[in-house]
Design a protein around this ligand. Sequence first.
Ligand code: PEP
Ligand code: MG
Length: 559
Amino acid sequence: MGGQIMQVTGIGVGRGIAVGPVLRMPEPLPEPEDVTSEFEPLVELERASAALTATTTDLNVLGARAGGDAKDVLEAQALMAQDPAVLEDIEERISGGKTAERAVFEAFRSYQYVLESMGGYMAGRGADLKDVSQRVVARLKGVALPGIPVSDTPFVLVAGDLSPADTALLDLDKVLALVTRDGGPTSHTAILARAKGIVAVVGAIGADELGDGETVIVDASTGSVVVNPSEQAIADVEERRAKHAEVAPLTPGALADGTPVSLLANLGSPDEAAAAVELGAEGVGLFRTEFLFLGSEEAPGVDEQREQYLALLGAFPGKKVVVRVLDAGADKPLAFLPEAHEENPALGRRGIRALRDAEPVLRDQLQALAEAAARSDADLWVMAPMVADVGETEYFVSLAREFGLKTVGITAEVPAAAVLADQIAERTDFVSVGTNDLTQYTMAADRLLGTVASYQDPWHPAVLRMIKSIGDAGAAAGKTVGICGEAAADPMLAVVLVGLGATDLSMTAAALADVRAELLRHTFAQARELAALAINATSGADARSVVSAAAAAAVSSPH
Ligand code: PEP
Ligand code: MG
């Protein structure tokens, strides 16, 4: 590019900024040729079997080394490499004269297609299968796996997309930032990047043009990647990074005028609690219980659940902990719920709909929660996912009260609930806005589909008006309104959400410090002004830019 300044834009994850040289992820292995094998099927079968076993071992070893979420992801992939149905398929293809490479490629690809056609969470597992297939084929060919490049010096990783395993295993000492061509703000890559605090721009149109060794500035707050920046621009980045590192006081969340805003963590396992407390979580705004049971074949029993909830509540004595009952289905299917296969599961019997069909499962969960609450000092709040109207609200609230649960609410993430928020708020103790699904359904854009990532924008005024309806209803009824989707983790948007009526913000713990710092820069009156600007914008991009400009002007002349 000969020193020419060029810019690539996408969707920023978080607010960080980084500068460094590009290192590209190698392209995937080419499709193995479809030629008749020169060897006996038995020989090919042995090769395939050895490569599959070695890949299983590799994945398990990598998982043990990585720990945490990465371990689960990698162990699930290791199981895929030993799936009996896939093995049988490979065997059949080899008996028909294919090479081991081709048979492995075709067998995994056919299962990948099946999963992708299911959409949502299963489509994500299809991408995992592709990754496993690449690993096995690389083994068979004796070539290096097209994985994260290795370098002695830090770099900005540029890729088409990253598999969950790649993202989970990133060496944070080496990877300064991440730029991917695919993926939206709620994609697996974005969620893991946010949880790990990696500066990232996803869905970056033009990412394919970035060449190895080119210096780039990756600015997540604007979603931009500047190629060949000036010396001055690089110096400005260093200054911003230094300032960024300074703000970390662990004061309770509040605006500049002292208006309190609880800053809570989103968790999926009690194991994450200690780290969240360390990062300043004042409690839990969303505990996703389905993550405890993703691997279970049957509905978990009361005793098993109670122990998990006690472990969680034990980490937050005297603090608020909002637990969401199982949100099974769509992107989070469980083996035992929902029962029937659906063509379009995001619009199917998920969340409270599935639980109502399987009321004994819901009753066991409420029982376990009530028992845990009785034995703990934490302040347990319980809510139901995907509630659409008064009927579902009343059903859940009365059932939860039967078990003696004190504080009962619902997740507002279906547009119907936002439109009817006044009716709902009167009948619950609190409402928590799930902005991931609320955005998906308001904009009619699958939250996992990279091609519609631009619609998956919680800054869109259509989404913000939905949230305002919920905020207004909460204020009129005197009820807490929390935000528990990814939107709360965007510091500037967090201020707007407070202006729209949010009283609590819950997010991945890594984002708490940035949000805390941004809230402290604005009064409640200013937050309301920014919110008014945002809902009157004509697009998500317009809302972002008018709010950033007005916020910068207000901060530089506060009176
Ligand atoms: C949401 O939809 O915003 C939410 C918080 O729930 P989940 O991401 O688990 O669907
Ligand atoms: Mg949701």
